[in-house]
Design a protein around this ligand. Sequence first.
Ligand code: COA
Length: 534
Amino acid sequence: MARIDTHIRPSSETFARNFSAYAALREKLAQARDTALHGGGSEAQARQLAKGKLFARQRVGLLLDPGTPFFEIGQLAAHEVYDHPVPCAGIVTGIGVVAGHAVAVFANDATVKGGTYYPLTLRKHLRTQQIAREQGLPCVYLVDSGGVYLPLQEEIFPDEHHFGKIFRNIAEMSAMGLPQISAVMGSCTAGGAYIPAMSDETVIVRGNGSIFLGGPQLVRAATGVIVDAETLGGADVHTRESGVADHYAISEEHAISLVRDIVARRGKGRLSEPPQAPVPPRSDPAELPGIISANPREPIVAREVLARLLDDSRLVEYRARFGTTIICGTGHIGGYPVGVLINDGVLFSESAQKATNFIELCAQRNIPLLFLHNISGFMVGASYEAGGIAKHGAKMVNAASCVSVPKFSILIGGSYGAGNLAMCGRAIGPQLMAMWPNAKTSVVGGEQAATVLALIRAEQMAKEGRSFSPDEEEAFKRPIREAYERQGQALYVAARMWVDAIVDPVHTREWLTLSLALAAGAPSRETRFGVFRM
Ligand code: COA
């Protein structure tokens, strides 16, 4: 297995410049993370404490095995999306280890508008359920939620992938034998009541836990009867009379220990050991920020990245002399085998054909795939069109879509247009997808979008006998360029759940090791590709 050549690293001057540009990005991100981790603010937190309730992250901390990592999904979801803060989209989700089993965890944060579901809370919940389904993981729901955030119901309730999908997922995953476990630690109102009611096993906490289709206010409005929450749907009623819950917990800590017992005896989601001993890369991953060009127009040298991600910096390269703008090869990360595709220039027909063949080979050998996006797109021009670049690109999209081995995507630089799709972008269905803080994504670059739209406008104006002055053209282009620039940024993308996480380059190996460990235990499926146009 060849060691990756890293003689081409940037000069020490460039390296230092890159490093300091990256530090500024990291700082911006740290501030956003701080807001996300703080929950709904001090007043709401004081109310939570006054009720004797733990915070969502404390609950997750108690649930997980001590010292094990929490693989958080959508930590920055909803960051600066709504007209008021909704930190972490009001729910903490991720994959963690409970009693030695990998488990998907969902913890409503009642300090954020009563733990109600905004469109992005829902998106995050559904995304984490999808990960659980694909990885074959039990789900633990730590429920403390007022249900749908009523002012935005039209974006949460009526459609196929809206609120009801949570319950359909619970039913389908239960049918697949993936344990669905709820612990009710606060309110669980209206539609939300179906989370514990549909779970295989449900724990409810005395005093604070309540489950009802209509809360006390609604009962009073509808029937005139005044009834308190505990009498209407508390732990005693549900474990003694209704059978909506199974286990009576005297405290949140007790509830969590009951959940841990249930996970332990249900036996799904064991994490697999790596097939070979992990070996650190020979080039230090801590150097990665110095490899990332401070100027986004300058490409990131692909081999420098691989040398800092792969075990022992080793790669068995596939067709090294052909279609060289994409590097494909197999290696290991954290001791787990992986087939890597990383862009090293614009995609040509040959690069797309090579990548398609490589994906086929990994499917045959059951090797998980890692797509590292650093791509402006496919080559354009008459000779490339005549050479069938569209059909070659389509083959790569077909292969990336249909391959059934676990697949992961990380945006390490730009990721644009069809290049994003061919490299297994969000719509193509990677099991997990992350982005480095410097990375950007949009259908085309801002400058190209502004230029295309200005050309169309100029043609329309020409028909009316008018033309742009240079100032008018710039005034037309600027807002387009700025909108693309804003919408392509990592924080904007992560806030909308277009990726699962923003990962620091320096921690990417750990993120990937966990991803590959999860994948190693996931149910395998046979690959069938669609028709390849030759
Ligand atoms: N939609 C929108 N906002 C909601 C909400 C909902 N379903 N439920 C609660 N909120 C908001 C409250 O207006 C309040 O906002 P504020 O902090 O800006 O004042 C915040 O969430 C906290 O609610 P509050 O009632 O003060 O907290 P609480 O801890 O005493 O009670 C609930 C929390 C969830 C039990 C209670 O608010 C409730 O019963 N809500 C209605 C639930 C419901 O009927 N949902 C039906 C939809 S499926």
